[in-house]
Design a protein around this ligand. Structure first.
Ligand code: PHE
Length: 343
């Protein structure tokens, strides 16, 4: 019987050495350790033996069992190690391959110009203000000195939602809203925003565009403050050597009103196709806040004065970068946008 046990041990060791994976190992181990194993069969026949023999045989059988178990455990570890190696080999990353092309976008040219202009005016102590795009007739027109039936409405009348509600035709209503909120205190704001207007749809105009509204209200504001402010803006935006020129104009909410030209930044004022040979380029409208507007918003025009200006954001951007069609800003063509990537 001892011999039989011995040969079972040898055989089990050989079989375990041959298994290839965990499944086979489990099966082989179960075969040698289970109730119906060859070992078990031998133990069943022990009945006829003497107590001494039983003891020796029993303890040897246990030893055999332990050895088979140890052998299976060692094999299990070996298989696990191999499997890990195989997995690592499979999951290996080839770091010599080129990475995926990572596309970095850039800010829209209009956004870039808005931020730049905001910085210029923040540098002069302005606050950035906001107003709604859907505006009431009172703010968009009436409190800006444009009563119903006023001929100046003709240039802008458009896009009504109800009789007294429209998408704003200019950012100027923010002047009124700001003054009403400030309750007679001095004001210095810049407001960028979308505006909508029935406009000639040509290459430089669109029914939807953007403006900057500027408003300064205080006790001693004069037209030279306006000129100084806009000169500095023109120099920062279009180059150190730029100067500005005021031409008389008309806006119902400013008096006097001016159109503001900047000396041509391409030819320096000599005359070229960009400035249509006259050396100046028109960039914005401005003026001294009309006494009616001040009064209506709670400021005594005998004490307070102010200036206001309106800059077309698309216009400035088109001039600055030589863009010839305003629609380029809105059609989201990546070939256009990515030209404004900067450094
Ligand atoms: N709101 C005017 C426009 O849209 C521009 C402007 C603003 C003129 C402020 C004077 C003062 O044309």
């Amino acid at each position: 019987m001892m011999q039989k046990l011995q040969s079972i041990l040898t055989e089990a060791k050989e079989k375990i050495a041959l298994v290839q994976n965990q499944n086979e190992l489990n099966e082989t181990r179960a075969f040698y350790m289970g109730k119906k194993s060859p070992l078990g069969e031998i133990l069943k026949q022990m009945g006829s033996l003497s107590i001494e023999e039983k003891k020796t045989l029993g303890s040897y059988a246990n030893q055999v069992k332990q050895e088979i178990e140890a052998c299976a455990t060692a094999k299990r570890k070996e298989i696990e190690k191999l499997e890990t190696l195989k997995r690592l080999e499979k999951e290996r990353i080839d770091i010599s391959l080129p990475g995926k092309d990572f596309k970095v976008g850039n800010k829209h040219p209009l956004t870039q110009v808005i931020e730049e202009v905001e910085d210029i005016f923040i540098g002069m102590g302005y606050n950035i203000a906001e107003g709604p795009e859907v505006e009431e007739d009172v703010y968009n027109f009436e409190m800006l000195n444009v009563p119903k039936g006023h001929p100046a409405r003709d240039m802008q009348d458009s896009f009504y939602i109800t009789e007294n509600l429209l998408v704003r035709t200019q950012t100027s209503p923010v002047q009124v809203r700001t003054m009403l909120k400030a309750h007679g205190e001095p004001i210095k704001i810049l407001c960028p925003g979308k505006t909508y207007r029935r406009d000639d749809d040509d290459a430089t105009h669109s029914h939807q565009f953007m403006q900057f509204e500027g408003l300064v209200v205080d006790k001693h504001i004069t037209m030279s403050d306006l000129k100084g402010t806009l000169s500095l803006f023109a120099q920062k935006m279009f180059g150190e050597n730029r100067s500005v020129r005021f031409r008389p104009s008309y806006f119902p909410f400013t008096e006097p009103s001016v159109e503001v030209d900047v000396s041509c930044f391409k030819c320096g004022g000599k005359g070229c196709p960009l400035c249509k040979q006259n050396g100046w380029i028109e960039v914005l409208g401005a003026g001294m806040v009309h006494p009616n507007v001040l009064r209506g918003a709670g400021y005594d025009p005998e004490v307070y004065r102010g200036f206001a200006f309106g800059i077309g954001i698309e216009r400035v951007t088109m001039l600055r970068y030589g863009v010839d069609d305003i629609r380029n800003f809105y059609i989201n063509d990546k070939r256009f946008i990515k030209q404004f990537k900067g450094e």
